[in-house]
Design a protein around this ligand. Structure first.
Ligand code: GLP
Length: 260
């Protein structure tokens, strides 16, 4: 696992966009795993800027979202399918049908979760999976207690996550209780995992995930089991890391050709 500590969220966006640009350039049909929430927004803004400048294209790429709320009416602005289009995918040149999300409005939600998992497994695999982290250490919507081998399935949100996400809705009551999320095991199948976090509110969760024990109580700690993980942070998000100086020194002395 590589931990990269940078001065600002804008720098986080730039460094992660560099890694995504390499995937787009090296793979004929790149597959990106996209996260929602506010953490990846600096990455998306940077990618949109590069697309607008004519140096990046997503025309050959496919994308898979991590998760989706259950039961929001189609087109609800907080459905993750709508959200990702507004912050990223409709601002660049993904082709129609190339951005996939679990169907949280399906009548048969169990079948919808299984179909999403099957679509992920049937493809060539996710080249780079972007991740945020919840205040309780969740990735996707894998709440504490999620099996580290879990696959895409229905989950119930904790009160903390519903309260954290209530800022995007008009009231806490409007935040769905259920979601479909890729499992921890599904996420670990991606070739490269890139977790982004900024702000002091994420410091404790980041420290638990990166330096704590591997435990289902902190689902993001499962990243320690993956062979290629980059954790890209601003200074406040890194402020509880015991080995922060070591991570800074390592990154400062990294050969420039190496990338994330
Ligand atoms: C939601 C999403 C996660 C995201 C988390 C943190 O729970 N399902 O994928 O990482 O929120 O969101 P934010 O980045 O806004 O703090």
């Amino acid at each position: 696992m590589e931990v990269v500590i940078l001065p600002s969220p804008t720098d986080v966006g730039r460094v992660v966009a560099d890694a995504i640009a390499l995937v787009l350039c090296r793979r004929a049909h790149p597959v990106l795993g996209l996260a929602t929430g506010s953490s990846p927004v600096p990455v998306y803004d940077e990618l949109v800027a590069r697309y607008s400048a004519g140096v990046l294209s997503f025309a050959e790429a496919a994308a898979f979202l991590l998760d989706e709320y259950v039961g929001l009416p189609a087109g609800h602005p907080q459905s993750y399918a709508v959200y990702i289009a507004s912050v990223f995918t409709s601002r660049v040149d993904f082709t129609a049908g190339s951005v996939h999300a679990p169907d949280g409005s399906a009548r048969d939600l169990v079948a919808a979760a299984a179909a999403y998992e099957a679509a992920l497994v049937a493809g060539s695999g996710v080249d780079l999976q972007l991740l945020g982290i919840g205040g309780d250490g969740h990735i996707g919507f894998n709440e504490p207690g999620s099996s580290l081998a879990s696959r895409t399935r229905l989950k119930t949100l904790t009160q903390q996550t519903r309260a954290d996400n209530a800022r995007f809705f008009s009231s806490l009551d409007e935040v769905p209780r259920h979601v479909i999320t890729q499992g921890v095991g599904t996420i670990l199948d991606a070739r490269h995992l890139v977790l982004v976090a900024w702000g002091s509110g994420k410091a404790a969760a980041v420290a638990a995930a990166v330096e704590g024990p591997v435990t289902a109580m902190v689902p993001a700690s499962a990243l320690q089991l993956h062979p290629h993980v980059s954790v890209v942070l601003d200074e406040p998000a890194a402020s509880s890391l015991r080995l922060a100086d070591y991570y800074r020194e390592t990154y400062a002395n990294k050969p420039p050709w190496q990338g994330l």
